[in-house]
Design a protein around this ligand. Sequence first.
Ligand SMILES: [Zn+2]
Length: 175
Amino acid sequence: MPQKLLLLASLGGPPPTLLKDLEEPLATHLGLSAVVSKAVLSRPDYAFNKDRAQYHCNAILRRLVTLLEPGQAMVLGVTDVDLFVPDSPFVFGEADREAHAAVVSTAKLRAGVSADQLRRRVQVEAVNQVGHLLGLSYCEDSRCVMFLAQSPGDIDRKQQGLCNPCRNELAKLRR
Ligand SMILES: [Zn+2]
């Protein structure tokens, strides 16, 4: 079976090198080929909510979907703006499986860490969100990449890969 192709797109600040560094973990842990979009989008001002001073994930996801070209199965956006969904104070990222689009943000991940640590955090949360796009749910195992992280410390405690039950689930979803 040919590998599914995932498009990676920067919205605003994140440099292409950071997106490039997502290719390897997405291939290793989810079996996906990823390609970095040539289009670098501007900061998603259309998604800005004045009252919260944050950016609404859904508006960004709708924009990301329009980037998909024939042969590309899904899209992951990487941004540096602070993201929200209506029922949470903030989110590290969000995925809409039906729309085939997900987004992750560095906004809550970059304080006080080196470029290497930030890269690892973004890699972990990218695998998590794309795992949701593939149909995986949240996992109770706090070491598993599909665990719902509430803090950067939670992300640092996670592996970049799936626990055994999640790996089995992914294999089932592939069939
Ligand atoms: Zn798991």
